[in-house]
Design a protein around this ligand. Structure first.
Ligand SMILES: *Cc1c(COP(=O)(O)O)cnc(C)c1O
Length: 450
């Protein structure tokens, strides 16, 4: 299995195919496209049913080996997934609506779904890079990515992690998570916006002065983030579906990485009828699905579900590509994808902040189940779009305790911290404050990363 760039059709596109190792370690393709597998491996009904009741790490090995088998031994993969996945995907039923299922993606070390990708990606990078190779991972984060990546890479030899986050734009607990990892993981608090952080990271990758640092990304454009996000759809489906029935899956969406995992799972053979892409006011995808014209939201809108405040979802280039289209990183469409086909499988839905807040409270009152704003966006969309008795699995992408402000305000009590977050509370914060300037950031890198 080799990997190509989503920009390969463009006149200056990168036309070669590379190994998974190269794609993983470089992050972005040389033409600034995103890497994609050259074909979608197929699993038969019997193969999928055979995964029922298997532990998560075994399901992960079966799915990942379909993409990685010529680069990593199955034995090794089994060992890495066993170390990575020490947590489960609890699935909850909902009292007031028997068709709804909540897949809790918050049981990992940083209590967000990003742990599922980060934990195995770190181990794969560590295994697949050459022994003396030193790499530096740059992550711009608006909350959950940074801590999931930091936690996953902590203590790994030869790998530095530098996290950039915008001052005042992450919640208190998220900042605590970002700044307390320590060791080889450095936190930079930028006096700017998330967009500034993301811009500096992008600039750094193409900055010749920084070549020696072997910079790579762990943002959701990295293929090493995408493939692990295929796995849990098989796992949760088998927990919910009785035989081989079709289900709908609803995903609170920002950069579309999570939903792309679902689309790949569907194309591999998982019986998913509809994928519901639920967004906050950053509605570029629902609007595009409606009227067929893609227009990014610029600047992005600050909403309660802050991990979804993305105006130009990077992984949309992958969806375009799977359906014959080309979209560049600036959100410019070069070839039209088959929108009729896309609409057969994917539905968009936008949820306002007011609907989100109201729903957190309503859902608790009806079911005594606590959800947070990202999950609320998904559950609200799923219920609005429900037309028949098909089961719908909704992903709750973070733990409610990561968003105590909303819960306290709406429900009048504080959510209890999971063990993973309790540990963080007492750790010492360590961060470097930097003004919002690329030059300052660059100088910091040159002085501090060896
Ligand atoms: C990152 C994140 C999302 C959005 O996921 P994408 O893959 O970017 O669509 C949703 N919810 C939470 C809690 C997140 O951390």
């Amino acid at each position: 299995m080799l990997f190509y760039s989503t920009n390969h059709h463009l006149p200056h596109g990168f036309k070669e195919k590379v190994s998974f190792t190269t794609a993983l370690l470089t992050g972005q393709a040389p033409d600034e496209g995103l890497f994609m597998p050259e074909f979608v491996p197929q699993l038969s009904e019997n193969q999928i049913k055979g995964l029922r009741n298997q532990p998560y790490f075994k399901v992960a090995t079966e799915i990942l080996k379909a993409f990685l088998q010529n680069e990593i031994e199955e034995e090794t993969l089994l060992e890495l997934t066993r170390q990575a996945y020490t947590f489960d995907v609890p699935v909850e039923k909902v009292r007031h609506n028997p068709n709804l299922y909540i897949a809790r993606m918050d049981a990992g070390p940083t209590a967000s779904f990003k742990d599922f990708a980060a934990q195995i990606m770190a181990r794969l990078m560590n295994k697949l890079k050459s022994e003396n190779q030193k790499i530096t991972i740059l992550v711009a984060t608006s909350g959950d990515t940074g801590s999931a990546i930091g936690e996953a890479f902590r203590g790994l030899d030869g790998i530095n992690v530098v996290i950039l986050y915008p001052k005042g734009e992450v919640s208190a607990i998220q900042r605590k998570q970002l700044t307390t990892v320590g060791e080889n993981v450095k936190a930079l608090e930028i006096s700017g916006k998330f967009d500034d952080c993301q811009l500096y990271v992008k600039k750094a990758f193409s900055d010749a002065d920084l070549q020696n640092l072997n910079l790579t990304s762990a943002n959701s454009i990295n293929i090493g983030r995408l493939l692990p996000q295929v796995v849990y759809y098989f796992y949760m489906y088998l927990k919910v579906a009785a035989d081989f029935e079709e289900v709908d899956i609803c995903i609170p969406t920002g950069n579309l990485g999570n939903a792309m995992g679902c689309e790949l799972a569907r194309q591999m053979g998982l019986p998913v009828r509809k994928i519901i892409v639920a967004t906050n006011a950053n509605h570029a995808i629902p609007e595009w699905l409606k009227d067929g014209k893609y227009q990014k939201v610029e600047p992005s809108v600050n909403c309660l579900s802050n991990a979804m405040n993305v105006g130009n979802p990077s992984n949309l280039a992958r969806l375009f590509d799977l359906y014959g289209g080309t979209l560049d990183k600036n959100g410019l469409q070069h070839r039209e994808p088959d929108l009729v086909k896309i609409r057969e499988h994917i539905t968009g839905f936008e949820v306002t902040d007011a609907q989100t807040i109201g729903y957190v409270k309503d859902f608790y009152d009806k079911n005594q189940i606590l959800i947070e704003p990202h999950g609320a966006v998904g559950l609200f969309a799923a219920e609005k779009l429900e037309t028949d008795n098909t089961k719908t699995i909704v992903l709750e992408t973070a733990h409610p305790a990561k968003f105590p402000e909303v819960i306290e305000k709406e429900l009048g009590f504080s959510p209890e911290l999971p063990e993973s977050l309790k540990k963080v509370i007492n750790r010492e914060e360590k961060k470097t404050d930097l003004e919002a300037s690329y030059e300052t950031f660059k100088n910091w890198l040159l002085t501090n990363i060896k």
